[in-house]
Write a protein that binds this ligand. Structure first.
Ligand code: ZN
Length: 287
């Protein structure tokens, strides 16, 4: 199943287009893309049955128009976890030690935006970080490796945009604020359930400048703490709530670790992809 937030309304991918969920469900589900997380399992059952039933085939799955406003697939998570230093090659380029525990911070939810939405670059040095983003589907506290994936509704493509000057100024780095300017958490275009993926623990991910060079390219199987381990370690401390997000870290190739350093400039469009999950476009604009 693939879900999107199209013009602020929950939409379900069907064939080449999208079904409006409120219309397709006869009003059983409203238009709010956050609503399925009130009871994710029931929603997933309804969507699955609807797509199999043939009723979906008789409806018009509308292809998104050119001027479609793609919102974040999960617009109002209660908690957003993000993990730093989770790929060995990125730890090495950062000149740091392999962490014994995940390095966890938050991206405040006001930083979230969707596919194709322009991000205004603040003053400073804005860097890219392509990341697999997990969406929690079931309440989860003290999960085990065996059950970890069962708490995940699906995954999406994300960018953990980061203003490096603010991040690294001061006696200790402060990740959360420097990674939370408006638009610094692009996600989407779709939330994709794990059954759509051949191996959800081994996906190519990367990013590039549109019509330009590839900046990052790796596989999620190179994570230091894999998806299961992140769910175990995060939920050992915090209960994870349906609709929460987990940014799982970025591989090597960030701009701040290059010689010379390279950062986003107004007019750049960052293109981020994850194999089988999707491609997220992020244009940037001057202040
Ligand atoms: Zn990151």
């Amino acid at each position: 199943m693939r879900l999107a937030n199209i013009n602020g309304r929950l939409a379900l991918r069907h064939a080449g287009g999208y079904l409006d969920v409120e219309t397709a469900s006869g009003g059983r589900y409203g238009p709010d893309p956050q609503a399925p997380f009130a009871d994710w399992d029931a929603f997933a059952r309804w969507a699955d049955e609807h797509l199999r039933s043939g009723r979906a085939d008789r409806a018009d799955g509308a292809e998104p128009a050119e001027d479609t406003l793609w919102g974040p697939p999960v617009p109002r998570p209660a908690q957003v976890f993000a993990v730093g230093l989770n790929y060995r090659d990125h730890v090495a380029e950062s000149g740091l030690q392999i962490p014994a525990e995940p390095a966890v911070f938050t991206k405040f939810p006001t930083s979230l935006t969707g596919h194709g939405q322009a991000v205004t670059l603040p003053e400073g040095l804005v860097d890219w970080e392509a990341e697999l983003v997990l969406v929690i589907g079931r309440h989860c506290h003290r999960a085990t490796r065996e059950t970890a994936w069962s708490h995940i509704a699906g995954v999406t493509v994300g960018q953990d945009l980061s203003e490096r000057r603010l991040q690294l100024t001061g006696p200790a780095p402060q990740f959360s604020l420097a990674k939370s300017y408006p638009g610094f958490g692009p996600t989407g275009p779709e939330l994709v359930t794990a059954d759509e993926l051949d191996d959800p623990d081994d996906l190519e991910l990367g990013c590039m400048l549109e019509n330009g060079e590839v900046l990052q390219k790796s596989r999620t199987s190179n994570m230091i703490f894999d998806v299961r381990e992140l769910i175990v370690r995060l939920s050992a401390v915090c209960p994870l709530l349906p609709g929460d997000l987990v940014f799982t870290g970025t591989p090597a190739g960030v701009g701040g670790a290059r010689t010379p350093q390279k950062f986003l400039a107004p007019g750049d469009t960052l293109v981020t992809w994850i194999e089988g999950v999707g491609t997220l476009r992020t244009p940037t604009a001057a202040r």
